[in-house]
Ligand binder design. Structure first.
Ligand code: AMP
Length: 345
């Protein structure tokens, strides 16, 4: 099933202990699209300015990403982000965020983008995420990412956006910030409890038979059918991996062990691209916890490549066979047998 994604399309300037790069191609939607393009056709929605180069668009084109809905705004400036990492690559400092063409952007999705069955609302203002969501009322699987900035600056709109999606993908600290819970597991369970109780509340709902209109309480101001709220929560934990929480279970994977990490920027979006891409590639199947675990493994593998080089470079040169090999290795690294041992009282 094709995937539509909205989110930042950016220039990033990044400094890590291993070097510095200025105005690289970046943005949540870009990292997501490149990763998801290994699994399904991806359609990107979002604005860029006059300053955005054809070379950058070619990076997306070369991976077969549909950029018909990437709108060039005359006189506008492309979203810009500057960040700095210390030796702890798990935390970073944002030095500058310039929304540029995203300020006042009103997305108008083409027929093709609207017809995708899977929607990823990558990190950007929640109002914009909701505008895109409203144009795809029939999407069968909707996942959303966000960040501390929007939790602080646009909490009300973000809560509405979350209520309209099936799957929430957040950093662990953001999940805690959103719910005010110290335990990550409790935070994820809290978000699951926000879901309105539908007749079918299992996480085993199928992407093919579970449409957003199953529970059609209308959201008056936008005409979007009110969602039941997320049934799948993914907590990204940087170099510690990612955890999955559903009504039925819990699963966790470490990050793929690497000798060298150069630039973690976009790892979360690349993970999401692998995770959602895998689900989209199996969209005619029931979305069981087993399928979600496999999606976690693919997201983890993709993210591990992303951090090996600055920006999008490693993913640009990645081959499908490398992803398959890393998923296999990850399986070997994480399995163990629970052989019984006599234990004293
Ligand atoms: P990640 O490392 O996966 O959290 O994502 C990093 C990407 O997010 C970078 O390429 C940035 O361009 C983009 N980004 C940073 N801040 C924001 C923001 N406030 N809204 C949307 N995208 C952002």
């Amino acid at each position: 099933m094709p995937i539509t994604v909205v989110g930042s399309i950016a220039y990033d300037s990044v400094s890590t202990p291993f070097g510095e790069r200025q105005r690289m191609l970046g943005g949540a939607a870009v990292h997501f699209a490149l990763a998801a393009s290994f699994f399904q056709e991806v359609r990107v929605v979002g604005p860029v300015g006059d300053d955005f180069g054809e070379t950058e668009l070619d990076v997306l084109r070369n991976r077969g990403v549909d950029i018909s809905d990437v709108e060039r705004i005359p006189g506008g400036k492309t979203f810009f982000w500057r960040g700095k990492y210390g030796w702890d690559l798990n935390s970073r400092e944002t030095l500058d965020t310039q929304l540029g063409v995203f300020e006042g952007f009103q997305p108008k999705l083409s027929e093709s983008s609207r017809s995708s069955d899977v929607l990823f609302l990558a990190n950007i203002q929640p109002d914009l995420q909701r505008e895109v969501r409203a144009q795809m009322p029939d999407a069968r699987f909707v996942a959303l990412d966000s960040m501390n900035l929007w939790i602080e600056a646009a909490r009300e709109s973000l809560m509405k956006a979350i209520a309209e999606c099936d799957c929430l993908i957040l950093n662990d600290s953001e999940l805690r910030q959103l719910t005010d819970k110290a335990s990550l597991y409790a935070a994820a369970r809290e978000v699951l409890s926000w879901a309105s109780a539908p007749s079918d509340s299992s996480s085993g709902a199928s992407a093919t038979d579970s449409s957003p209109t199953d529970s059609p309480a209308a959201d008056g101001d936008r005409g979007t059918p009110a969602r039941r709220g997320p049934r799948v929560i993914v907590a990204k934990q940087g170099e510690y991996g990612a955890a999955l929480v559903t009504a039925d279970g819990f699963f966790s994977l470490p990050a793929f062990p690497l000798e060298s990490v150069v630039d973690p920027t976009g790892a979360g979006d690349t993970f999401a691209g692998g995770f959602v891409g895998y689900i989209a590639a199996h969209a005619d199947e029931e979305i069981t916890d087993e399928l979600l675990r496999q999606a976690m493994a693919h997201g983890t593998a993709l993210a591990s490549f992303n951090v090996e080089e600055f920006g999008t470079h490693r993913i640009e040169s990645l081959a499908g066979a490398e992803i398959v090999a890393r998923v296999r290795q990850l399986r070997e690294f994480t399995q163990f047998s629970a052989a019984p041992v006599p234990l004293g009282e």
